[in-house]
Design a binder for this molecule. Sequence first.
Ligand code: ADP
Ligand code: MG
Length: 695
Amino acid sequence: MRPEILFPLFAEIDSLPGIGPRLKPLLARLLGGEHIVDLLWHLPSGLIDRRFSPPLDETIDGSIVTLDVWVERHDAPPNRRRPYRVICKTQSGPLVLAFFNARGKYLNEVLPIGEKRIVSGKIDHYRGEYQITHPDRIGTEAERDEIQTVEPVYPMSAGVTGKTLTKATRAALATVPDLPEWHDPALQARHKWPDLKTALHQAHNPESDADLSPDHPARKRLAYDELLANQLALALIRAKMRTLGGRVTQGDGRLRKALEAQLPFAMTGAQQRALNDIYADMGSNGRMLRLLQGDVGSGKTLVALMAMLNAIETGRQAALMAPTEILARQHFETISPLLEKIGVTCAVLTGRDKGKNRKATLEGFASGEFQIAVGTHALFQEDVQFRDLAFAVVDEQHRFGVHQRLMLAGKGQAVDVLVMTATPIPRTLTLTAFGDMEVSKLDEKPPGRKPVDTRVLPADKVDEVISGIGRAMRTGTKIYWVCPLVEDSEILDLQAAEERHRILVDLFGEAHVGLIHGKMKAKEKDAVMERFAHGDLSVLVATTVIEVGVNVPEATIMVIEHAERFGLAQLHQLRGRIGRGDAASTCLLLYGSPLGEISKARLKIMRETEDGFVIAEEDLRLRGAGEVLGTRQSGLQAYRLANLELHGDLLAIARDDARLIVELDPDLQKPRGDALRLLLYLFERDEAVRYFRSG
Ligand code: ADP
Ligand code: MG
């Protein structure tokens, strides 16, 4: 239950003056919420300074001035195209106020002849006259203090005027209660942060550009409030998961030893380190939730396999979940021969399995006949039961949501979860998405990888590229040809790929050129992949479906059309499909002209490095967080007050702060804990509060 002291802030916006049923939905859309807090989090992006009253001959055209005027005469226009003119006198000369489509009656009311008024607006020179067209403000001497101020300018949208926002926000500010301080006094003093109420007032009443800066103490405080609320919520949930009935899973090592004996190579130091982290988590009685980050080809599968064997050694089961059918099947094909050699049973379950087959697989999971389950999200449907699931690996996490992760974890008794991702999420973004979720990194690639030679070419060189691949085909090389998403439309997307496929078939023959795309049935996709991996196909034209696709070591050339339309992370993933064998590999990035500066810089990064983390950091720098990981795709919370590019330093502080809070006061029972609860409610992170109350 939301604490009473916050009730005024969670009142609906239409309880404010000037906001009625018509405006409410428009405003709610702009703000992203319909409560007074949403209005408070909507900070000004600029200001209009109405404090200046220079003599007319010192004004600068286009600047905002506030002047005392004495109304002399009204000139109604002869036709609608001419403005209605109100001729005034000022202390420094005559001034014309001009109005198009004006109503004379109204103007006579607000600017009566012979009276003094205060007007404010943008001044211009026009045909030797000083003129203000449509003054923003007109009032009497008594209203001067309201007019001659600095006005905030808010980000706006259709149907909501600045005046409305300013007025509503003024009223909203008046409802802000005095809240107890939740920040550490030393931290607050060091940063000179005002209290929340003062911070809100300052942020909404900027007096100069410096007040609008993200570095202003008021803005920083608000950003930190938001970051801390988020980090604290994650830390609380995390701490709860840790204490929530975990089990000790510690095998005797017999299966792992047997597997290692089968491998033609030794594990890399990074793999070993990651496994040590994972074994330690599994061996503790808390619940594990760890992220394994490793670039494409860094050997995550083996890490997952070893960790699963640790669970199997104790007589329990393990599951490996992949985001797509192809990937699930490929995992199964990679690991089942290895498992067979060491006497471990394994079955695959995807949405494609139906009827008897599916029933048998489900029975095998339920009886424990199958020790390892591999599959897609089909693994966590209601009717899937395990005898004793202890460990789950979720591969390529960015395709799943947090919700699904938790669903899977609910399948067993205290299932330990390892999330694997090849998306090199920049450090700052990992923090936002996972809080202090433990992270192991595979920062060392298996030996013997050849670097990929990446080249960037304009699209009009495509004929040369085609003759090049013709030569390569004759030496047995396999080639990926990737066509991009066209304007987010799967249909157009497909047309582009089909067109390219047709052209290449005309040149090289049907038998050598295949096509794979997202609209195909899983069986058809598998068949084409199979022909590419082991059969007669030399060229595989693909839409981005191969993004997390398969392992074909003979594939050493990749052509990517309209590379500028891809995200860098995506390009990196695609490129990771080549350079897996012994031969040198080449990646050709074709771009459509003209290429903008940012696109140019992005493709240059691809040419210069194969380090996924460097690529991700650069991409973040060039494009901003929102685009690198879209909210929908990644499950990231979009921030309203904090800006990760500008407040990145605060994020790390918030994480440490949250960690310490949870350590010292895990149930938020101490006085600061009470205040922190308010913070969680204020930023609507109530789910965290619910977590520790019930648990
Ligand atoms: P990821 O899933 O991280 O993209 P994979 O697990 O598919 O990478 O591994 C890529 C390739 O590297 C596989 O063919 C795998 O057998 C091989 N590999 C994994 N670990 C090692 C190692 N320590 N030494 C040599 N090769 C390895
Ligand atoms: Mg893999």
